[in-house]
Design a protein around this ligand. Structure first.
Ligand code: ADP
Length: 191
């Protein structure tokens, strides 16, 4: 089993690269953003609660997303590996993930961290807002809040995995294929 966290700020290309990685390696893709948007689409109570926070660029409570990941892990026994996208986003989430994987006698193998300048992130997210239908992509102040949440709460997740010597930084500007090659090289040397 090979478990990977694709890490980076909003707009760093996690979704785009995840699609290519799952097609190429057969990972089970677990994106908390996608799961939450699905809850919103289905009009569940959880979706309603999450929508309020997401529309303001704030994080959904740890207990909610940790519960979602616990369920997803239980629903997918026997997969080759998981690709975590947009999770963990806080230290509490990282610790919970490590414990959940440990219960299954597995662990995170590597954290691939995409690095993109703030200026480029804002440009990409505004651009995505023109076509994505995502309400959190259209407003520059909401985008700003998401980047701030990343800096205040999520950047620390890299420190957590750095202590375990699991973080590799990947330049996230350049062509989609170039970045994919860099990510693949890191996976290939480890799996
Ligand atoms: P982005 O494309 O900006 O990286 P995502 O699609 O991963 O964003 O998530 C969109 C929103 O969903 C976040 O701004 C946040 O409100 C919520 N969210 C997603 N994953 C998490 C998480 N692990 N913890 C808390 N909130 C989350």
């Amino acid at each position: 089993m090979f478990n990977l966290i694709l890490f980076g700020p909003p707009g760093s290309g996690k979704g785009t690269q995840s699609e290519k990685l799952i097609a190429s390696y057969g990972f089970k893709h677990l994106s908390t953003g996608d799961i939450l948007r699905n809850e919103i689409k289905n009009g569940t109570a959880l979706g309603l609660e999450a929508k309020n926070l997401m529309d303001r660029g704030q994080l959904v409570p740890d207990a909610v997303v940790i519960g979602m990941i616990r369920t997803a892990l239980e629903q997918n026994p026997g997969v080759n590996g998981f690709l975590f996208d947009g999770f963990p986003r806080t230290n509490a989430q990282a610790e919970a993930l490590d414990a959940l994987l440990d219960e299954k006698n597995t662990a995170i193998d590597v954290v691939l961290a995409l690095q993109v300048s703030k200026k480029e992130l804002i440009k990409r997210l505004l651009n995505r807002g023109l076509t994505s239908g995502r309400t959190d992509d259209v407003n520059e102040s909401v985008i700003g809040s998401r980047i701030e949440e990343y800096e205040r709460k999520t950047a620390a997740v890299a420190d957590h995995y750095k202590k375990l010597d699991k973080v590799v930084y990947i330049p996230g500007e350049g062509s989609v294929d170039q970045i994919f090659t860099s990510l693949s090289n890191e996976i290939d040397t480890r799996s």
